[in-house]
Design a protein around this ligand. Structure first.
Ligand SMILES: [Cu+2]
Length: 152
């Protein structure tokens, strides 16, 4: 016949297991928060196209719609408005690249033939780095750019 201490030990282990799962789920959710894409008319969509060895960034023009004639294309510069949800559609034209945005905690692979979207939001104006995180060829280390967050 088990003593009450055995039951207490069992209960403690059960609580520990449940707490571990809860922590793991919480931190995993936070880690992948940028993959939960915002929706709605206020969301800004941009496309970051990787290629050996540069980033081509397509922004919506005055009509605020991506993929129309007035799009604004910049080399190695991602411009985003402060305080708005931005969905970045990450693609590659050739090999596997990776987009690393340290200021936004984003580290995402660009895979041929796929859109790898993620969301970011700037809380203040400023400039930060944009780096390639996959060794993609001889020019890999030169594959840098900047993120410029500005007020609308
Ligand atoms: Cu690259």
């Amino acid at each position: 016949m088990a003593r009450w201490t055995t039951y207490a030990a069992g209960a403690l282990v059960a609580v520990g297991v449940v707490a571990s799962f809860a922590l793991a789920i919480t931190f995993t959710a936070r880690r992948y928060q940028h993959l939960k894409l915002p929706t709605g008319p206020d969301v800004v969509h941009v496309e970051v196209m990787a290629q050996q060895f540069a980033w081509t960034v397509r922004h919506p023009g005055p009509d605020r719609v991506l993929g129309t004639g007035d799009d604004v294309v910049r080399a190695n510069e991602l411009r985003i408005p402060v305080g708005r949800d931005v969905v970045v559609h990450l693609r590659t034209r050739d090999v596997v690249h990776g987009l690393f945005l340290p200021a936004f905690g984003v580290y995402r692979d660009a895979l041929p033939g796929r859109d790898a979207p993620f969301a970011i939001k700037a809380t203040a104006p400023g400039e930060s780095q944009m780096l390639c995180s996959q060794l993609c060829g001889v020019g890999h280390s030169a594959m840098t750019g900047r993120v410029v967050a500005a007020r609308e």
